[in-house]
Design a protein around this ligand. Structure first.
Ligand code: FAD
Length: 548
């Protein structure tokens, strides 16, 4: 295990001050323990060589420059909600941004907020709501950093129908490049405020990130401006209790509905029409089973053993949708309700009014503030995503079914928990022509067989994606990146070129941005491994160099 040299440690100390740097083993291990989304059965990431807590953009620049001089790499971390925030190799300095936690500005007139990295979604939402505004929150919960989501990683949340996807909400950005130089993207670059992330001249937003993000592999973002959205609710969401026991007085101009369809086509057509009608403030498809699974795991296991009850939950109520309607007036709310009823009836669905206590009052905090996430861990301890996708509704429906089929044999052999196999997190984005879909699987980190199943499941989901010419979002692992890049314009060859041009010293930890590696196929069905290899030959996975 590498230990940082005294000289390098001194350079970091000079950058952030004595009290904001550490190389204490216990401190380093606290950053290396990362079980979530970690396919390595060991559940640890590489231990950082040191941790620094910069308090300003200038200190971040000094840290990055010190790393370049000392031959070290650096990796930014906001709230560290998963393996993606940890080092991917030895020789990495973890840059923990928790001291940079200020909301720098809220421009009510132009509906913009300017935030530092460690501002949490809850913090920003509370401040915005006081002003009749709201911020997009990702499904990972209100603890996460909107800046990390907007600049560096994914970005889907329950409110996508009204507030879209994080990278579509990012405006001006302050970016410490991998060589320590400071770049202000868009209008901040010419001192004209934060209202645009493009220009003057060619926009670099597409270099900063695309659908997935660089996961800390292209420098450190020290501030960014985010679009804010209309909030027709009260200035404060007064809540009693927490998560499933939370009670919020339902604002009169908002109503939650459950819509259930039996056929995939009816579900998709109805969601398309909801988009065309431009109604809905929040909308998410989760299986009916996810309620008992999260609220009463023991009861849920009993349901899953009871064939008829199980069939009601997973077959009769096959395609459910939760939608929040919010009007700036009662008349607008009534209009939206009438439109929703028309659409659901036209597609043979049923509509459930979800206001009645205790469920009704529990929904606002858990969906509008996305604070439901902790209960996703109740069934088995943790979960993992099998390659999430942003794509047209019509390709998302069969995608959810396909991954359910990938999971079924692993549920039958008890390697992963029985969640009915079909367990999508499905969110339509504004205008509903496209949507996010990821099918998760639940497991326990204490079950060896579950940990052994992680890589084969990732392989089989990737094979499914390649065979369907789909390019999932979460190209988090080097294996998935290598397999899917040829399907999407060889994006990774471009990312490698960007990394080489923007990071001549290769100081940023780009392990989750450009690294590639072959899948180990010794633990998967030989026939599937052979098909994967064949596809690889067809897709010329081995060819290097930038695309023509
Ligand atoms: C239970 C759970 C549910 C999740 N659900 C969702 C979901 O619904 N939608 C979704 O989009 N994601 C989801 N995620 C994934 C992920 O946690 C989030 O994407 C989120 O961005 C993490 O925010 P964070 O503040 O924890 O960032 P971190 O985990 O600290 O960082 C996220 C990534 O961005 C990089 N990064 C962070 N800050 C900076 C910076 N200032 N400069 C450069 N790079 C930086 C990090 O290196 C890391 O790769 C989920 C994760 C968990 C654990």
């Amino acid at each position: 295990m590498r230990v940082i040299s005294d000289e390098a440690y001194q350079a970091l100390r000079d950058a952030v001050g004595e009290e904001n740097v550490s190389r204490e083993p216990a401190v380093l291990d606290a950053y290396a323990w990362q079980p979530f989304l970690n396919e390595d059965p060991g559940l640890w990431t590489a231990r950082p060589e040191a941790v620094v807590l910069p308090g300003s953009t200038q200190e971040v620049q000094a840290v990055v420059r010190a790393c370049n001089r000392q031959g070290l790499k650096f990796k930014a971390l906001c709230t560290g909600w998963g393996v993606h925030a940890g080092p991917t190799a030895e020789g990495v300095v973890q840059v923990d941004l928790r001291r940079m936690d200020r909301i720098l500005e809220i421009d009510e007139k132009n509906m913009i907020a300017v935030v530092e990295p460690y501002v949490s979604g809850a913090q920003l939402q509370a401040e915005a709501m006081r002003r009749g505004l709201n911020t997009h929150l990702i499904g990972a919960g209100p603890v996460c950093s909107p800046l990390a989501s907007a600049t560096s990683m994914h970005g889907v949340g329950h409110d996508g129908i009204y507030m879209s996807y994080s990278p579509r909400n990012v405006l001006g950005v302050e970016w410490v490049l991998p060589d320590g130089e400071l770049l202000r993207l868009g209008t901040p670059g010419s001192g004209e405020g934060w209202f645009s992330g493009d220009g003057p001249g060619p926009s670099l937003r597409g270099i900063m990130r695309g659908a997935s993000g660089a996961f800390g592999g292209l420098g450190v973002f020290t501030a960014c401006a985010l679009k804010l959205f209309n909030w027709p609710g009260p200035p404060v969401l007064k809540a009693e209790g927490a998560v499933i026991d939370s009670m919020v007085e339902q604002p009169p101009n908002m109503r939650f509905y459950g819509c259930v369809f039996h056929e995939a086509g009816d579900f998709a057509d109805a969601v398309y029409e909801v988009g065309e009608a431009e109604i809905g403030y929040l909308c998410v498809r989760m299986t009916m089973g996810s309620f008992p699974m999260a609220m009463a795991p023991k009861l849920y296991r009993a349901i899953m053993r009871t064939r008829n009850v199980r069939s009601i939950v997973y077959d009769t109520l096959r395609y459910p949708l939760i939608i929040l309607l919010a009007g700036d007036s009662m008349a607008e709310l009534e209009y939206q309700e009438a439109v929703l009823r028309l659409i659901v009836n036209a597609h043979d669905g049923i509509i459930l009014d979800m206001q009645a206590p205790p469920l009704g009052p529990m929904l606002p905090l858990n969906l509008i503030r996305a604070s439901l996430i902790p209960i996703a861990f109740r069934l088995g301890g943790t979960f993992c995503t099998n390659l999430d996708e942003n794509d047209a509704l019509d390709s998302q429906m069969p995608w959810a079914d396909a991954i359910a089929e990938v999971k079924r044999p692993w549920i039958e052999r008890g390697a992963i928990l029985d969640d009915g196999a079909e367990n999508p997190y499905f969110v339509p984005y504004e205008n509903n022509t496209w949507a996010h879909c990821e099918v998760v699987h639940m497991y326990s980190v204490h079950e060896e067989e579950s940990l052994e199943a992680l890589k084969p499941l990732s392989f089989l989901s990737t094979l499914e994606a390649v065979e369907r010419c789909m390019t999932p979002l979460s190209v988090l692992t080097p294996e998935v990146r290598k397999a899917l890049s040829p399907l999407a314009g060889h994006f990774n060859r471009w990312q490698k070129r960007i990394s080489a041009d923007f990071d001549p010293g290769q100081a940023a930890d780009a392990g989750l941005y450009t690294a590639e590696r072959d899948f180990e196929t010794d633990k998967v069905d030989a026939e599937k491994a052979r098909r994967f290899r064949e596809l690889g030959e067809k897709l010329r996975w081995t060819e290097e160099g930038p695309p023509e």
